[in-house]
Design a protein around this ligand. Sequence first.
Ligand code: SF4
Length: 195
Amino acid sequence: MQVTRRKFFKICAGGMAGTSAAMLGFAPATALAAPREYKLLRGKETRNTCTYCAVGCGMLLYSLGDGAKNSVGKLYHIEGDPDHPVSRGALCPKGAGALDYVNSPRRVKYPEVREAGSSEWKRISWEEAIERIAKHMKADRDANFVLNNENGTPVNRWMTAGFLAGSACSNETGILTQKFVRSLGMIYTDNQASI
Ligand code: SF4
């Protein structure tokens, strides 16, 4: 913007008048005395990993809730974690918009099952879900476990099921996952994230 000499003096005079008016008490005292409280100060900070993709960016999640047994925490802000070794505070648009899907009314928060022949999903408990998965795994492994290959060489492998560990799994979780599935003889396994 081009500012002429005359305009410059007008701007300065206006600014000085405003400041003087404030000093004489014509401006709201609280607005001058106290800066607005930073909105994250009263929140509970939780570190987590973005669940979207294999990059595994670090997140800081801020929630409100007084910690009482019957109070419900509410997530109200998510931002990149500057101390995270993978992302150093950065989040792509998907990660930066994670607040919306965390708070979405359509988010699935519990296990569901669709029985064979049914078109309906029904809610089940975590205990029932784990038990069902274990039973399915055992039945499939019992039916398809291969002790020896065609040459008679012992192979002890289970090739009709696979296992994928999630995007928020760390290296440590990945190692434990590998130990678990390899102990079953499972060949097809992967870890989505490499963090
Ligand atoms: S913030 Fe983006 S790049 Fe990072 S893990 Fe999430 S989806 Fe992947």
